[in-house]
Design a protein around this ligand. Structure first.
Ligand code: UD1
Ligand code: UDP
Length: 367
């Protein structure tokens, strides 16, 4: 009988990074592959699943407006147990560090189902940054049999924590697999960006930046647009009300700042390709932008993705007005500094991560 593998997706980045694994598992034919959408994100999850042509077999439709962590966690955990009982998978695959990942791993543990963790071993060493993701990925790691680490440094984090190396595999990050499948397509030009304008692309959504840090970020973005009259800021605003209300209050009405709804994955990749500079607190964007040779300023205090920082193509500037404005101004004004960061070094994978994951699962499950 075929092994039953249940692939869980909850949010936009999980879907982008799990999609290549789902498609590769389906092509391999040795497993019965099912997709469970918790729909922790509703619209942003559907956007991605549509792009990759994936229709969930089970959809929990869990998202509520402005959901809190305790209510999201408790509803997920309670409802996941029934889903796992009905689906009875041999293996549950989770990706990343969201509440969906943490609760799905725990629900699987309670039902003694083996878990495979895609994008395992990322750590900042600081439980508050990112919050609550550092805790989520540590819990998922503890409960997993397979750890698919994207890089050698994420593998080393796991070995340092005492994980048996038998279950730890360096595969590359599946985000590069996803990026490679779309980047070669005929991508639409980003809307509202004029020829001759330099493009600064912005995304932000981290919980630890809510409140004062996020207001600093917005103030810095406005200043960057004010200082450079050939710069257009394109900012697809995350729908979390803690972000979208402040972003619209502080940034709307500026002639060269375009606020828009979250972009579909293809237009967003097109915007990254067209961008001169990217300001973000996103995990996935820190991995994709170096592969597209785009300099990134990370508006966070810590990053669990130190590889691109070490290569000099990503810089950690924190969520403070001063460093964000100073570094952006330096890159927009100094061609040498810019060229140093636009080297096109891609430390997160070669686009083959999902086929490695599928081979490892096949070896361990069917021999
Ligand atoms: C979540 C993850 C975070 C991940 C991010 C990716 C947790 C705790 N957080 O953060 O790790 O980096 O997703 O984007 O797991 N909303 C919508 N439509 C959507 C999505 C969200 O309206 O399609 C709004 C809703 O009001 C929702 C709120 O955003 O309640 C927050 O969503 P939630 O998944 O709890 O947190 P994110 O900030 O999106
Ligand atoms: N992304 C997208 N549309 C957007 C903004 C981002 O498709 O408007 C993609 C981006 O290419 C990356 C992923 O969403 O692959 C990152 O998601 P997010 O920043 O929400 O979460 P994180 O990676 O920080 O967990």
């Amino acid at each position: 009988m075929k092994k039953r593998i249940l692939c869980v997706v909850g949010t936009r980045p999980e879907a982008i990074k799990m999609a290549p694994v789902i498609l590769a598992l389906r092509e391999a034919h040795w497993a019965d592959v099912r997709v469970l959408a918790t729909a922790q994100h509703r619209q942003m999850l559907d956007q991605v699943l549509d792009v990759f042509g994936i229709v969930p077999d089970v959809d929990m439709d869990i998202m509520r407006p402005n959901q809190t962590l305790p209510e999201l966690t408790s509803r997920l955990l309670a409802e996941l147990d029934g889903v796992l009982a009905r689906e009875a998978p041999d293996v549950l695959l989770v990706q990343g560090d969201t509440t969906t990942v943490m609760t799905a791993s725990l629900a699987a543990f309670y039902r003694r189902i083996h878990v495979g963790h895609v994008e395992a071993g990322l750590r900042t060493g600081d439980m508050q940054n990112p919050f609550p993701e550092e805790m989520n990925r540590m819990v998922a790691g503890r409960l997993s049999r397979w750890h698919f680490a994207p890089t050698t440094s994420s593998r080393d984090n796991l070995l340092r924590e005492g994980f048996d190396q038998v279950g730890v595999h360096v595969t590359g990050n599946t985000v590069i697999d996803a990026l490679k499948t779309v980047v070669a397509r005929d991508l639409p030009a980003p809307e509202g960006v004029q020829t001759g304008e330099r493009l600064v692309l912005v995304t932000a959504h981290r919980r630890e930046n809510f409140g004062a840090p996020f207001r600093e970020i917005c103030r810095a973005i406005r200043e960057i647009a004010d200082r450079h009259d050939d710069v257009r800021v394109l900012y697809p605003v995350h729908p979390n009300p803690n972000v979208s209300e402040v972003a619209h209050e502080m940034l709307s009405g500026h002639a060269r700042i375009t606020l828009c709804a979250p972009l579909d994955y293809l237009p967003f990749v097109a915007a990254m390709k067209r961008a001169d500079l990217i300001l973000t607190d996103s995990g996935g964007v820190q991995e994709e932008a170096p592969a597209l040779a785009k300099p990134v300023l990370v508006m966070r205090r810590e990053t669990e993705r130190p590889e691109a920082v070490a290569e000099g193509v990503v810089k950690l500037v924190g969520p403070e007005y001063g460093p964000i404005v100073t570094e952006a101004t330096r890159l927009l004004g100094d061609a040498n500094a810019y060229a140093e960061m636009a080297k096109g070094v891609s430390p997160y994978g070669d686009g083959q991560a999902s086929s490695r994951i599928v081979s490892i699962l096949r070896r361990d499950l069917v021999g």
